[in-house]
Design a protein. Structure first.
Length: 266
């Protein structure tokens, strides 16, 4: 009976979530959708301005979150802050022409979300580190005009967040301490690579260092060799394509997976 009741509760919670967030499950919700669409179309046709007025559609998830009673107040505030900050960012960036440092408004979600942390010391420590990071980013960016250099200030927040487990990769193949050290090294390499070589578009692969270690350690035996090959193929495809520009040729690295699979069956 206990298992049945638990499964029914999970099912009812899932159904309730879908029902609450589905914009077509009630007359009020349908009217809200049609109303927002009408306002967006009228504004676009009259003022010939479609961007960034599309953010008006973010009203819909905010209304759904307000109506959903099972969400904790702090979680509700975090989700609403997320959607509102996106709208504010695109509006500010569009009308001021400055996409940085206006993007900092989206960090308001992180400031609110950190209040969900139950450990008081961790909560206020991370809030403090994040505040210092933002202030240092602004000081360096405004004084030097080099906002790429200013990005290094966020390591002040990222490193403690990794140490406390707030930024983590859940892996079974490697020790948690090794994973944390690897994550810290990955972020440092990402910033150094992106800044000194001006290649942030490819430097993000440094953040895959820890998952790559896990896949490599876990890839033991025939059953895991093909998935490992597919993962390596993806890395090779992006790295080789970026540096050579021959995307039409380097896609052939994806043939490694089928090739290894066929060789295993010989």
């Amino acid at each position: 009976m206990k298992n049945t009741s638990q499964s029914s509760n999970k099912k009812s919670f899932k159904n309730e979530t879908v029902r609450r967030l589905n914009p077509t499950t009630s007359r009020k919700k349908r009217l809200s959708v049609f109303g927002v669409v009408a306002v967006y179309l009228l504004h676009g046709l009259i003022f010939k301005s479609w961007h960034p007025f599309w953010v008006v559609f973010l009203v819909l998830p905010v209304l759904a979150i307000f109506r959903y009673q099972r969400i904790r107040p702090l979680m509700r505030a975090t989700l609403i802050t997320f959607f509102v900050s996106i709208a504010v960012y695109f509006a500010l960036a569009h009308y001021t022409g400055r996409y940085h440092p206006t993007w900092l408004v989206m960090l308001s979600t992180l400031f609110v979300g950190l209040q969900l942390e139950k450990h008081t010391l961790h909560r206020w420590m991370l809030e403090g580190f994040l505040t210092v990071s933002v202030l240092l980013y602004l000081i360096i960016g405004i004084s030097t005009g080099d906002y790429r250099l200013a990005l290094f200030s966020f390591l002040i927040f990222i490193i403690p967040a990794i140490i406390t487990g707030h930024i983590y990769v859940h892996l079974h193949a490697i020790d948690s301490l090794v994973a944390r050290v690897g994550l810290i090294a990955s972020f440092i390499l990402f910033f150094l690579w992106g800044y000194f070589f001006e290649q942030y578009a490819i430097a993000w692969v440094a953040l895959l260092f820890v998952p790559t270690m896990s896949v490599a350690f876990h890839a033991k035996g025939r059953d895991t060799l093909v998935p490992f090959t597919v993962y390596v193929s993806l890395l090779l495809f992006y790295i080789l394509g970026y540096y050579t520009g021959a995307w039409h040729i380097v896609w052939t690295v994806f043939l490694l997976g089928p090739a290894v699979s066929l060789l295993q069956k010989l």
